[in-house]
Design a protein around this ligand. Sequence first.
Ligand code: ATP
Length: 310
Amino acid sequence: MILTITMNPSVDISYQLDNLSINHVNRTNKLNKTAGGKGLNVTRVLNQLNEQVVASGLKGGKLGEFLEQSLNDHNIANHFFEIQGNTRNCIAILHEGNQTEILEGGPTISTEEIESFNEHFEELVSKSDVAVISGSLPKGVEPNFYSSLIKTCDKHSVPAILDCSNKALTEVLRGQYKPLLIKPNIDEIAELLGEQINEDIDSLKQSVSNPIFKNIEWVVVSLGSNGVFAKHKDKYYKVDIPKIKVVNPVGSGDSMIAGFASALINKATNEEILKKANTLGMLNAQETVTGYINLKNYDDLYNKIKIIEV
Ligand code: ATP
């Protein structure tokens, strides 16, 4: 079983308007409400791949109920921990080719809730083959929180895949317990290392070999339309992907993470792991809906990917 963790999920609302009129009432019947958050994008793609996946994290209030119901409607197993606060809304207004977003910060989590969630997490992790931890932390949660989750994974010999940025990631890199795989994109790794990074092989090799990544088996840098540069133990890979028609690349990183989780639990080779992850990233980029893939095009893209050990 694959466990996915989303600590600050949302109910994402998108409103489509012909034009956005500031300081006026804007009306629309074109709207969409979905369970959102990076971990839930990963979950949906894993579900499409027919992997046994359980989504967890924190939820609260009526929007928390909506989130749970929406996963149930898609037959996705979920076991969120109930908090006092309310799950947030994130709003995207699509107008005149633009996307204007309003993102709520979300609830503040109490120390008691965090302690109880840790127990909830341990119970789920003890039944899992891999844990995927994605996204930012809600208010009230210490930046080193993911280190404690990874420590629990370690206790149960469950590999962890971590996809987060900023302080939450820095703290894990500083900590004693390491995830099996991290996947910063080029901007995230540049921010982490505090320097601009060129996309040539030597610069990328140097970046992923930085001592801050010591003891992390897989360091994967996703490069959008340029594929991936990855380090696995002492091997380096450049993944070249074909040119595709892109519709909406948001969530491609999450889709890619689903690919890593699926390939890893199915004991794939390094080449298969990288191909699956990139195929899913590309498939997401070809769709309007975030965290959705059309598997009909899977083999065609998969066979066009080139893995070069460098
Ligand atoms: P997000 O945060 O939106 O989930 P990300 O920034 O973490 O995404 P990206 O590097 O944008 O991740 O994309 C992940 C993978 O998806 C890429 O390595 C690639 O395989 C595929 N991909 C993304 N954008 C494109 C694109 N424009 N063309 C082709 N493939 C893409």
